[in-house]
Design a protein around this ligand. Structure first.
Ligand SMILES: Nc1ncnc2c1ncn2[C@@H]1O[C@H](COP(=O)(O)OP(=O)(O)OP(=O)(O)O)[C@@H](O)[C@H]1O
Ligand SMILES: [Mg+2]
Length: 253
């Protein structure tokens, strides 16, 4: 059974400790949420998992593969893709081309020089991109330029680019940030369907507590780079430290 195992992770930037002794496992098929105040280390944890940051101590293994020994494009090939808190879209490209950027790791150098193979390859990737767009409810948008599209669509393109990598585990950094209530509900549904229909394990960072409480199997709360609490939504919601430090009365409203 595939899983992600993080042990005693520690990373600091000059004097700032971003993560300290962070350990947890994510099981295959879980929707696991990471919450915590600004600067508590959530995005840094994603950066460690996908190879953008090198922690000073600890280990990250996925299906017993040591991810810390691997570079970002290799980690994608091992089945882990991610979305970014700050959208990584290219405004002057079409939605389709923005999404196809996520398939880049599958194209070989030979394809760049062999036009016929390249076309065939592109056709295959395009078909997959269209399937992903259909799944996300943005079918027929493929030829539109990203520039000028509503923010909600741009967020879906970010998710589509991660899905076209064909991950077994997706890391989503604040998918509902900047969304209105209706769009947030839609995102919740999409996250559940990513797990239920596409069979992808989900690790999500979110500030929207209602969304987190609704979709998560388990939640890990980070505070200044350390784990403050971890468990099922009810446990975390009722954890005195969590209520005091992070959630206030919001989840009881
Ligand atoms: N590349 C970096 N260089 C220096 N400091 C960094 C770097 N990346 C993160 N940090 C610092 O590490 C800490 C954790 O940042 P991180 O972005 O992981 O927080 P976060 O929980 O994602 O916050 P937010 O909810 O605002 O997105 C912060 O103090 C941040 O300034
Ligand atoms: Mg962040």
């Amino acid at each position: 059974m595939s899983n992600l195992s993080i042990q005693n992770l520690h990373i600091h930037f000059s004097g700032v400790v971003a993560l300290d002794e962070v350990s947890f496992d994510i099981k295959e098929g879980e929707i696991f949420s990471l919450i915590g105040p600004n600067g508590s280390g959530k995005s840094t944890l994603f950066n460690c998992i996908n190879g953008f940051c090198s922690p000073q101590r600890g280990s990250i293994k996925y299906n017993n593969v040591d991810l810390l020994a691997r570079r970002p494009h290799e980690i994608v090939k091992h089945g882990i893709s991610r979305t970014f808190q700050n959208l990584q879209n290219v405004p002057f490209m079409t939605l389709l081309d923005n999404i196809l950027l996520g398939a880049h790791h599958r194209l070989t150098m030979r394809d760049t020089f062999t036009r016929w193979i390249s076309r065939k390859e592109r056709g295959r990737e395009e078909a997959l991109a269209l399937e992903v767009m259909d799944f996300l409810g943005i079918a027929n948008f493929e030829k539109k330029y990203l520039s000028g599209q509503p923010y909600g669509i741009q967020k879906l393109v970010e998710i589509a680019r991660a899905l076209i990598c064909k991950p077994k585990l997706i890391l989503m950094d604040e998918p509902a940030a900047g969304m209105n209530d209706q769009e947030t509900l839609e995102i919740g549904k999409i996250i559940s369907e990513i797990r239920d229909i596409l069979n992808i394990t989900v690790l999500v960072v979110e500030h929207d507590m209602n969304l987190v409480m609704n979709i998560s199997d388990r939640i890990c709360v980070l505070d200044s780079g350390r784990i403050l609490a971890m468990g099922e939504p009810e446990e975390v919601k009722n954890h005195p430290k969590v209520i005091k430090v992070f959630l206030g009365d919001e989840v009881h409203a």
